[in-house]
Design a protein around this ligand. Structure first.
Ligand code: TXA
Ligand code: MG
Length: 329
C-alpha cells in the first residue's frame, strides 16, 4: 500500500483549477464535479497515475475507464467517429453521453486505461468546473466515478471525501452535481448499442439516430463498473499467443513476462523478456501490464510464460486480468 495522502478540498474557483492541473501533471489524483457525478481524474496518458487510481478506488479488476476531453476536436484524436457517432456527438456534447468507439492508431491514452481493448469510452462533460480543468490541462483525463469500488457514485464533495480521504490528492468542490446519475453509454462499433442507461434518456438518442438503439445480448448486466461487454465487444484484452501463468521456469523460445529482480529459471534462452517491474513494484507492474502483453504477443513466440505475481494490493487485479487473458478461447 502507498502511504496515506493529505486530501485537500478546494472550492471550484480559478485557483482550484490551477491546483488541479498542477496535480494532474505531477501524476496526482483529482476528484472533480461533472454534471452527472463526481469523477476521480488522472492524466490519461500516465500509466502509473492510472494504476494509482485503481488502487485508490480499490477496484477488484482493471475495468476500462472513460476518457474525458474538452471538445469534439480533442475526442477525434482518441477515437474514430462513424456517421452515427458524429450525429450523437453533435447533438449531445457537451453532456451526459459517453460514446464507446474504435481507438485511433495514435491514441495517446495509456493501455491500462482502456484495459488493453481496441475501443475507448469518450465523453465531453458539460459542467463548468470539468470544462475549465480539461481546457487548462489540454490532455484527456480518465475518470471513473469518485467512489470506492462497490459504493454508489458520489454527487457531492462530501461523498467523495467520505470514500477517498487520504487516498487522493485533491477534491474540487463544485457543489451537488445537477444530473445525479452517471452518463448514458452508447457503443458505436456497428449498430449503436445502449450499454448503460444514464443521464441522457434513450428516447432523445433514438430521435437523433432515427432508429432504436440495439440492446446488449442477454446476460450482460450493467452492474456498476462491471465491464460492459456485449458479444460484439471484446470483454477483455486477449493476446493471440497462449499464456502460461505462475511459470517457475521458461522453455527455450518462449517469451517471458517477468516480475521482480530474480528471473525465472531458463530465462537466458527465452526469445524475449519484458519485466513488469524489476523492483517488484505492483503500481509500476500494473502500468506496464497491457503494453508488455501486447509487445510479447507481437514477438511471435509459441507461448508467453508469466512469472508469479503477488496477490496483494494491485496484484489482485493484475492476476485477475492475466487469468482472463490466459483463459482458453
Ligand atoms: O457519468 C459518468 O460516466 C461518470 C463521470 C465521472 O464521467 N463516470 C463513470 O465512470 O461512471 P465509471 O468508470 O464508474 O463507469 C464507466 C463504465 C464502466 O462500466 C466501464 O466498464 C465502461 O464504462 N467502459 C469504459 N470503457 C469501455 C469500453 N471500451 N467498452 C465497454 N465499456 C466500457
Ligand atoms: Mg462508477
Amino acid at each position: 500500500m502507498t502511504a496515506p495522502l493529505v486530501t485537500r478540498v478546494s472550492r471550484a474557483d480559478a485557483a482550484a483549477v490551477s491546483d488541479a492541473v498542477r496535480c494532474l501533471m505531477a501524476g496526482g489524483l483529482v476528484a472533480f464535479p461533472t454534471e452527472t457525478v463526481y469523477g476521480l481524474g488522472a492524466d490519461a496518458t500516465d500509466g502509473r497515475a492510472i494504476a494509482r487510481l485503481y488502487e485508490a478506488k480499490g477496484r477488484p479488476a482493471f475495468n476500462p475507464l472513460i476518457a474525458h476531453v474538452a471538445d469534439l476536436a480533442a475526442a477525434r484524436a482518441l477515437a474514430r467517429f462513424d456517421a452515427d457517432a458524429e450525429k450523437l456527438a453533435e447533438a449531445f456534447w457537451p453532456g451526459p453521453l459517453t460514446l464507446v468507439l474504435p481507438k485511433t492508431a495514435t491514441c495517446p491514452v495509456a493501455e491500462l486505461a482502456t484495459a488493453g481493448l481496441d475501443s475507448i469510452a469518450v465523453r465531453v462533460p458539460h459542467h463548468p468546473a470539468a470544462q475549465k480543468i480539461l481546457a487548462a490541462f489540454k490532455r484527456a483525463i480518465v475518470a471513473p466515478s469518485a467512489n470506492r469500488s462497490g459504493h454508489v457514485s458520489p454527487t457531492t464533495a462530501a461523498h467523495v471525501l467520505a470514500d477517498l480521504r487520504g487516498r487522493i490528492d485533491l477534491i474540487v468542490d463544485g457543489g451537488a452535481t445537477p444530473v445525479g446519475v452517471e452518463s448514458t453509454i452508447v457503443a458505436c462499433l456497428g449498430a449503436p448499442m445502449l450499454l448503460r442507461p444514464g443521464g441522457l434518456p434513450r428516447d432523445d438518442i433514438e430521435q437523433v439516430l432515427g432508429r432504436p438503439l440495439a440492446e446488449p445480448p442477454a446476460g450482460i448486466a450493467s452492474e456498476d463498473e462491471a465491464p460492459l461487454a456485449p458479444g460484439m465487444l471484446a470483454s477483455h484484452y486477449a493476446p493471440r499467443t497462449p499464456l502460461r501463468l505462475d511459470a517457475e521456469r521458461v522453455a527455450a523460445g518462449e517469451a517471458l513476462l517477468a516480475f521482480g529482480s530474480k528471473l525465472a529459471a531458463g530465462s537466458e534462452s527465452a526469445a524475449v523478456v519484458l519485466n513488469l517491474s524489476q523492483r517488484g513494484d505492483l503500481i509500476e507492474a500494473a502500468a506496464n501490464l497491457f503494453s508488455h502483453l501486447r509487445a510479447l504477443d507481437a514477438a511471435g513466440a509459441q507461448s508467453i510464460a508469466v512469472m508469479p505475481i503477488p496477490r496483494d494490493g494491485l496484484g489482485e487485479a493484475i492476476n485477475d486480468r492475466l487469468a482472463r487473458a490466459a483463459a482458453p478461447r
